[in-house]
Design a protein around this ligand. Structure first.
Ligand code: IMP
Ligand code: MG
Length: 179
């Protein structure tokens, strides 16, 4: 069973759901009267994005970009692979990137660079989790769900070796699982 691999629950379902609805309310206020383009970074964002989108009460467009830097390990390779073409219009749009976790900053700074080249009207970053102590590239998110302790976490979309994404909460893994 999945739970046998977990060390402890870091954010419960209740905590996450309350915080996600607050983030949605904040975005509704900040983008009132606008038609933002929300771009989720796959695959980790899929649960967060699905919940957040249902708290957003604005006309908006939902798109995805597939990015990965980790492969089958828990340490970044520093080498971001983008697996989809940007086959949608970004120029002039109010873009919000939706990400599961901001860790070294390598993924999001690569994404930001890629999107800025396409001249959006504005570009903001919304991340469920932020591990500010782990940054290798200086980058801040505009919307942060929770500050996350410096531990490898899984669940609510976040994976280890493609597993555990379906846990309904966020938990740390027992060290023997990933070492
Ligand atoms: P960064 O490029 O190092 O900022 O990492 C961002 C990506 O790394 C995220 O989209 C996640 O897929 C992955 N990642 C970073 N930390 C964790 C973690 O604690 N658990 C699961 N995935 C993580
Ligand atoms: Mg991942």
């Amino acid at each position: 069973m999945m739970v046998n691999d977990l060390k402890e629950i870091i954010f419960t379902q209740e905590q996450i759901s309350e915080r996600v609805s607050q983030l949605g309310a904040q975005i509704n206020m900040d983008y009132a009267g606008k038609n933002p383009l929300l771009i989720g970074i796959l695959k980790g964002c899929f649960v967060f994005f699905a919940d957040l989108a249902r708290h957003i009460d604005l006309k908006c467009e939902i798109r995805f970009i597939l990015a990965s830097s980790y492969g089958f390990s828990s340490i970044t390779t520093g080498n971001v692979k983008v697996g989809t073409e940007l086959d949608f219009e970004i120029a002039g749009r109010d873009v919000i990137i939706i990400e599961d976790i901001l860790d070294s900053g390598i993924t999001l700074s690569a994404m930001r660079k890629l999107l800025l080249r396409n001249e959006p009207q504005s570009l903001k970053i919304c991340t469920l989790l932020d591990k500010p102590t782990r940054r290798q590239i200086p980058i801040d998110a505009d919307y942060v769900g929770f500050e996350c302790p410096d531990e490898f976490v899984v669940g609510y979309g976040l994976d280890y070796a493609e597993g555990y994404r379906n846990l309904p909460y966020i938990a740390s893994l027992k060290p023997e699982i990933y070492s």
